[in-house]
Design a binder for this molecule. Structure first.
Ligand code: FUB
Length: 336
C-alpha cells in the first residue's frame, strides 16, 4: 500500500461491494432489456502509463458486458464484447460506453481516440445484449469527445448525450469547431456544456445537428466555470422520473455526481442537487435505472485496487426520491 489509507476499513464501511473482482470495471451504464439487468462498463487495465490530466493512464482496450441475477444480485461477466483491434477507425483508449436496444438488435456506443488522436463516438451492433458487437467502419459523423449516454424516450425517440472536459477534449471543440489552442473558459464565464442529438431511426448516426445541453441555476443562469461543485465535467446520464427529465453527471475535479431537472430531453435543466458524495479514486461516474420495482445507482470506486485511479470496480445501490422528486443523497462509506 503506497498511502496510509485504511482500505480494509473503507471496504467494510462501503454501502456496496464490487459486482465483480476478477477484472477491474468502471463507468457503468445500466439498462434493463427484456426484464434483465445488463451493465456496460469500461474494462480497466494497467497499461503502464503514468497519471496525467489528459487521462492517458486510462489505456483500456476492450469491453466486457455484465448481467445481474435478480435473486442474488451476483454479476456474470459475459467476456469480451468488443476489442479496439477490431474497430477500423479507433487507435486507443476505449472509455465509458453505453448501449441501446431496438427491434431485437443491440447497439453498443463507445468513445475512443481515432487515428488522429481525437476522441470520437463509435457504434457496434449485435444480436445479443452481451455481444459480440460488430463495429461500424467509421465513427458517428459529427461526433467528438467522450462518455456517450443513450436515452430512449417514451415516444420511441433515442437521444445521445456526449462530453467531457480536460482529457475529454470538449474544451478544444468550442462551438463544435476543433482548435487545439482553445482552453477552458474563465471562472466567471459559463462552463462548457455536453451536447445532445437525436439518433436516426437505425440508431447509427445523429439525425440532427448537435446542440448544447444547458444546465442552469435557480435563476435560469448557466452554471459558471468557477462553480466546480456544480458545473458539468463528464459522465452524462439521462433518466425520466414522474414525467420529468433528469440529466445527471460528474463534476470531475470536485468529485460529485449531481443532477438537474428539465421538461424536455434537450433541456434546459435546472440544477437540483447531489446524488453521490466523492468515492475513493479520482473519477466518479454513474448511471441510473429502474429494475424490479426499485431505482438503482450504478457507480464505481477504487477500493479494490487500494486507491489506484485507473483500476476501478463497478457497484450498485438503491436510490430513493422524496415526494417532490428529489433524489436522496448517498454517502458511499458509512462513518467509522
Ligand atoms: O474511464 C475513463 C474516463 O474516466 C471516463 O470516460 C470518465 O467518465 C471517467 O470515469
Amino acid at each position: 500500500m503506497s498511502d496510509s489509507t485504511d482500505y480494509t476499513s473503507l471496504a467494510q464501511r462501503a454501502i456496496s461491494q464490487p459486482l465483480v473482482t476478477h477484472i477491474y470495471t468502471a463507468d457503468p451504464s445500466a439498462h434493463v432489456f427484456d426484464g434483465k439487468l445488463y451493465i456496460y462498463p469500461s474494462h480497466d487495465i494497467d497499461a503502464g502509463i503514468p497519471f496525467n490530466d489528459n487521462g492517458d493512464h486510462f489505456g483500456m482496450e476492450d469491453y466486457h458486458v455484465l448481467s445481474v441475477d435478480e435473486n442474488t444480485l451476483e454479476a456474470t461477466d459475459h467476456g469480451v464484447a468488443l476489442h479496439v483491434k477490431d474497430v477500423p477507425w479507433a487507435s486507443r483508449q476505449m472509455w465509458a460506453p453505453d448501449a441501446a436496444e431496438k427491434d431485437g438488435k443491440y447497439y453498443f456506443y463507445f468513445p475512443a481516440r481515432d487515428q488522429d488522436q481525437m476522441f470520437r463516438i463509435g457504434v457496434a451492433v449485435g444480436d445479443s445484449p452481451v455481444g459480440p458487437f460488430t463495429p461500424q467502419p467509421e465513427y458517428i459523423k459529427g461526433s467528438y469527445s467522450i462518455d456517450p449516454a443513450v436515452f430512449k424516450d417514451d415516444d420511441g425517440s433515442y437521444y445521445m448525450y456526449v462530453g467531457g472536459i480536460w482529457g475529454g477534449q470538449l474544451p478544444q471543440h468550442r462551438n463544435h469547431q476543433w482548435d487545439a489552442k482553445n482552453e477552458l473558459p474563465a471562472k466567471n464565464e459559463p462552463a462548457l456544456r455536453p451536447y445532445v442529438a437525436k439518433l436516426t431511426d437505425d440508431l447509427l448516426e445523429f439525425a440532427e445537428p448537435t446542440r448544447y445541453v444547458d444546465i442552469v441555476d435557480e435563476n435560469g443562469d448557466l452554471l459558471l466555470e468557477g462553480d466546480t461543485d456544480r458545473r458539468f465535467f463528464e459522465a452524462s446520464w439521462m433518466h425520466k422520473y414522474n414525467g420529468k427529465y433528469y440529466f445527471s453527471y460528474s463534476t470531475g475535479d470536485s468529485h460529485y455526481i449531481c443532477y438537474a431537472i428539465g421538461e424536455s430531453p434537450y433541456g434546459p435543466f435546472t440544477y437540483a442537487g447531489r446524488i453521490l458524495e466523492p468515492v475513493i479514486g479520482w473519477t466518479t461516474h454513474h448511471s441510473i435505472a429502474q429494475w424490479q420495482g426499485k431505482w438503482w445507482l450504478f457507480y464505481h470506486d477504487s477500493i479494490l485496487s487500494e486507491g489506484v485511479t485507473h483500476l476501478r470496480s463497478v457497484k450498485m445501490t438503491e436510490i430513493t426520491y422524496d415526494a417532490a422528486g428529489r433524489i436522496q443523497l448517498l454517502r458511499p462509506y458509512r462513518e467509522e
